[in-house]
Write a protein that binds this ligand. Structure first.
Ligand SMILES: [Zn+2]
Ligand SMILES: [Zn+2]
Length: 343
């Protein structure tokens, strides 16, 4: 294809303001980079935290979006993993230094100098984007572009969060039943675990959705589960869910928070943490998480619930996410999605 000179993008100029539609020059791929025509990009809660000014030091202006599915249209010098015409997925992690103590210890998700798509690098709310080939993933053929998009963050971070709960998780609680939880629930059920889903109190539609995804029980986050949990994963950015989850897990149980931002955690009595209960967070992803999840997804098979909106409606998508008015994941059609996938 001929590469255009300019592209449409939705741009965050200043946190606290809506994204602005802009016509921008198409970036040139640097050595090691791919130029990718974005077919679609899913919308993540982290995009909302970015737009609301809850993440420190974004690149500004920045193009948000880090669940990117596209086609390679050109490659910079030295690219050997991908060639023009290939489909790729681009996640949150866009670059690491390989030299800091975390990188050297194999914890590239904690890299001190890491760069992230849609935050400190431009992302996928645009017709085209560039990406370092080393952080791009080939996508399983079983998935359409739209179906694959939510795997790239909701899936990856969800999977890492799930993994951090350890092996002994027969009874798994999921707090906040959105894009990540609906994927994790399917993996957990596939692996023989029993899932308990917690939604906003009174959100019977989300509870119904959770049961449809295999949850054995679904209720409000103000309720106690019918059985004591082995682990709880928190996907809603709500601090009071930490003590709520701690009260629901058994001695030795784990509470893992999967989000990048959360409201303050209220103080709580030591006795709900005592007996070797653990609270931990998950940060970012490693490339290994991506490879594992993308290999596992078609075996489960994970089915993602999606709704497609045009790129120009990115602000509507963010508003709906803020209001909790989403079942599964919202995906932006960035201009080159095959017509059959446009919903
Ligand atoms: Zn995300
Ligand atoms: Zn590093």
């Amino acid at each position: 294809m001929t590469i255009p000179q300019t592209m449409r993008a939705m741009v965050l100029a200043r946190p606290g303001n809506p994204l602005e539609p802009r016509e921008l020059p198409v970036p040139d791929p640097e050595p090691g980079q791919l130029l990718v025509r974005v077919r679609c990009c899913a919308v993540c809660r982290t995009d909302l935290h970015l737009v609301d000014g809850e993440l420190p030091d974004p690149k500004l202006p920045v193009i948000p979006g880090h669940e990117i599915v596209g086609e390679v249209v050109a490659a910079g010098e030295g690219v050997e993993r991908f060639s023009a015409g290939q489909r790729v997925g681009l996640p949150w992690l866009g670059w690491t230094c390989g030299e800091c103590s975390h990188c050297r210890a194999g914890h590239e998700n904690l890299c001190e100098n890491a760069r992230f798509h849609g935050y400190t690098l431009d992302g996928g709310f645009a017709e085209l984007t560039v990406a370092d080939q080393r952080y791009a993933f080939p996508l399983p053929d079983e998935y359409t572009d739209v179906a694959a998009a939510p795997l790239l963050c909701a899936g990856l971070i969800g999977y890492r969060t799930y993994r951090m709960a350890g092996e002994e998780i027969d009874r798994l609680g999921l707090y906040g039943f959105g894009a990540a939880a609906h994927i994790v629930a399917q993996i957990a059920v596939y692996q023989g675990h029993k899932v308990f889903a917690f939604t906003r109190p009174g959100d019977t539609a989300a509870q119904e959705f959770a049961r449809g995804m295999g949850a054995a029980w679904a209720g409000g986050s103000d309720q106690s589960p019918p059985e004591e949990l082995d682990a709880a994963l928190i996907f809603a950015p709500v601090g009071p869910l930490i003590p709520a989850a701690l009260r629901s897990v058994r001695p030795g149980g784990v509470v893992v928070s999967g989000g990048i931002h959360m409201s303050d955690i209220p103080s709580f009595p030591y006795r709900i943490l005592w007996q070797e209960r653990v609270v931990r967070s998950v940060a970012n992803l490693t490339r290994r998480d991506g490879e594992e999840l993308l290999a596992l997804a078609p075996r489960v098979p994970i089915r993602t619930r999606t709704e497609v909106l045009p790129l120009s409606e990115a602000n509507t998508a963010l508003d709906r996410l803020r209001a909790g008015d989403v079942e599964g994941a919202l995906v932006l059609d960035c201009g080159s999605l095959p017509p059959t996938q446009g919903d």
